[in-house]
Write a protein that binds this ligand. Sequence first.
Ligand SMILES: C=CC1=C(C)c2cc3[nH]c(cc4nc(cc5[nH]c(cc1n2)c(C)c5CCC(=O)O)C(CCC(=O)O)=C4C)c(C)c3C=C
Ligand SMILES: [Fe+2]
Ligand SMILES: [Fe+2]
Length: 370
Amino acid sequence: MSRYSHDEQFFHGKAESVGVLLVNLGTPDEPTTPSVRKYLKQFLSDGRVVEIPRVIWWFILNGIILRRRPAASAKLYASVWTDEGSPLLVHSKNIQQSLQHEMSVRFNGPVHVELAMRYGNPSILAGLRALRAKGARRLLVLPLYPQYSATTTATSYDAVSQEMKRWRWLPEIRFINQYHDNQRYIDALAQSIEAHWAKHGKQEKLMMSFHGLPRRNLELGDPYHCQCHKTGRLLAEKLGLKEGEWLVTFQSRFGRAEWLKPYTDKTLEKLAGEGLKSIDVVCPGFPADCLETLEEIAVENCEVFKEAGGESYRYIPALNNDPEHVQVLADLIQQHSQGWPEVSPDWSELADEARNKQAQTLAKAKGAKL
Ligand SMILES: C=CC1=C(C)c2cc3[nH]c(cc4nc(cc5[nH]c(cc1n2)c(C)c5CCC(=O)O)C(CCC(=O)O)=C4C)c(C)c3C=C
Ligand SMILES: [Fe+2]
Ligand SMILES: [Fe+2]
């Protein structure tokens, strides 16, 4: 029998490295009813996502929601599915690959980037184990949510911590909490919107639609609503938009309770009713395109606007694998791993250099005296 524990065997003789775990929400494996049911069951059983007393929610979830919603959602997923799979997964994988490349260029080797989904696959467990196998003794968790919410960011932390409970030798861990007002993120969004305008022309208004939350979450102290508004204001400022030329709304309501307002669909209906003919819609809270942007925003809400009298509706895609987006995330990683030896200048070399210089100066001074 080995004299090393499991973890010691894992790291014995391996170069230490920094592991970056990119975490996104998750998506079904296939656009089919059973697959969507499995995904929704995991997602909607999370007490961070639905804050209704567990026993009551268990009956609603299993008795009503998981009987009806999977079939309806599967149809919607099928309408956006690609040859490579779910758009959310495909875009997230592309981001991970580009980021890994950028990290290799910036640090010449000791940073490994893995993608994990909070619900479904690839799992957080698989991502963490892959990083551990690559010798990651320092771990940076980067949830792909620019605006913090307990329903998304905090639950990603929960899942990482849950897995870590089973590890003996824990890495040093840092979590990136949010980047809603990060200048490079705002600039990247502004650039992509300006590029869209240069190609397709600018419409009368720019709508910034964010995923919604129950209003109660805001009342209980979730900062998500405020962070969405700050992103919106900074983006409008960067684009030089005047009041009335832009607005923030919230999409993707779920259930009967009141959610954050104004609602995206109701606002589109109202604006078209008031005579607005053209609108651009962007979703700055979604780093990767997914069901909520490609179907709900680009298709469903376009119909809502046009049926209410609107004429031209354009969805501006998420940043996805845009090189500027990769730079935003690379900068965040670099900034949050400050002080870790793998990504810092080689202090011992710098110290040697300084010592040599000092010795030379001393020798010169001595020579002068002689
Ligand atoms: C039940 C409550 C929900 C809360 C709260 C919620 C918050 C929330 N979600 C995102 C990002 C995404 N949500 C996506 C899909 C999705 N969201 C909910 C419900 C809540 N979300 C459901 C039931 C679904 C599944 C689709 C459906 O059946 O309608 C997605 C897309 C996933 C994909 O596979 O493409 C994203 C991304 C955020 C940012 C957020 C809170 C801030
Ligand atoms: Fe959601
Ligand atoms: Fe939706």
